[in-house]
Design a protein. Structure first.
Length: 381
């Protein structure tokens, strides 16, 4: 049996190097303005976007690479929400409202942050009622505040028994709290910001797409699955970045006449975390490859995100511990990774719920195969 080559695609490696170099000028911290500018300078928002929307259509694998490199430096996620909107509008066609939003996202002029996807996957989530040709959602969304003029792609479920989940783009003037910018250093409102949906009216012109019905969501266009793979890429980058800081710190820090990394109690957990991160990389890029090849990938997307979220949480715990007491201070670079991973790991739902969904997909596949086998036997007889 020939050996399996588990190395990264050399083309993606070159793209990753270009993105890494371009993002090196971005300033760390919760304000994503410099990350947006750096990514826009290299046309990064256009890499994975559809050609019809002004992109290069390099595929989901390229989008994952961009998300990964943003996470590797713990930069704010200025990318995945906009790509969710771009995917939705590319699926909707030329007649769909919001073409100007897609053009602005692809050009790097508009940041969009997705919100509510952790809630709508639950069958008990609040519903939106239709009043005079406009939707009135309910509940409260958590919006990651990464850029002053960002828009919010809010997901909400309609009031029907098997209600459809819709995606609506809300400008900053609609969702942003009256107190102004929600960065911790600029006012009384803390980041992330809370958006009470009962004060929002969603018109048909703000709806850019849908994620289907049911629980788990049917996701007929694969929008949620693609977004999950990009989110998994971002978490993978966060894990890799935190792990690299821990290895560098322990390899240079001496205690009791030896490097900290020479202690098995430190080195073994870091080695195990590296193995888990490599497994996550294979899962994430496998899901992206299947999407680019036109194969079903809903189950693979759920599994990749669930595993990567768990690995990122374990890795940041080990990395902070490897720094000792310094890792708990705001001045330690690893603390920034801790802050981002803590919220990003459950942004699309807890890992346990994703594993349950992946299990349902597997059981459905087994049941379908058994039915097909019974039909084939009946035909032969």
């Amino acid at each position: 049996m020939p050996a399996v080559d588990l190395r990264s695609d050399p083309v993606l490696e070159r793209i990753a190097g270009t993105i890494r170099e371009g993002l090196s000028v971005a300033e760390p911290g919760p304000d994503g303005t410099s990350a947006q500018a750096a990514l826009a300078d290299m046309d990064g928002f256009a890499f994975a976007a559809a050609i019809d929307l002004g992109g290069f259509d390099l595929g989901l694998s390229c989008g994952v690479t961009i998300s990964l490199e943003l996470g590797r430096r713990a930069l704010p996620d200025v990318y995945t929400g906009g790509m969710l909107v771009v995917d939705a509008l590319a699926e909707a066609g030329d007649d769909a409202p919001g073409a100007d939003i897609a053009a602005a996202v692809v050009a790097g002029k508009q940041v969009v942050v997705a919100a509510g996807l952790d809630l709508v996957c639950r069958p008990t989530a609040g519903r939106a009622r239709l009043e005079e040709d406009a939707w009135r959602p309910s509940g409260v969304l958590t919006v990651e505040d990464v850029q002053p003029d960002q828009a919010c792609c809010a997901a909400f479920r309609t009031e029907e028994a098997d209600g459809e989940v819709l995606l609506a783009v809300l400008p900053a003037s609609v969702w942003r709290p009256p107190a102004g910018r929600a960065f911790p250093w600029s006012g009384p409102v803390e980041s992330p910001a809370s958006l009470p949906l009962d004060r929002v009216t969603v018109t048909s012109g703000q709806v850019v797409g849908g994620l289907g019905t049911g629980s788990p969501l049917s996701d007929p266009a694969g929008l949620l699955a693609r977004h999950r793979v990009r989110q998994a890429g971002y978490l993978l980058g966060l894990g890799l970045g935190a792990h690299a800081l821990a290895v560098t710190h322990t390899a240079n820090r001496r205690q009791f006449d030896r490097f900290v990394l020479d202690n098995q109690a430190v080195a073994f957990p870091l080695a195990k975390a590296k193995i888990d991160l490599e497994a996550a990389r294979l899962l994430v890029y496998r899901a992206a490859w299947q999407a680019d090849a036109g194969e079903p990938f809903a189950r693979e997307a759920a599994e990749a995100l669930a595993w990567t979220a768990e690995v990122a949480l374990r890795t940041i715990r080990i990395s902070v511990q490897a720094h000792g007491a310094r890792g708990l201070t705001l001045g330690a670079p690893v603390h920034r990774f801790f802050e981002v991973i803590r919220s990003a790991a459950t942004r699309l739902g807890p890992p346990g719920a994703l594993w349950q969904e992946a299990g349902r997909h597997r059981l459905a596949a087994v049941h379908s195969a058994a039915v097909d086998s019974d039909v084939a036997v009946e035909r032969q007889s």
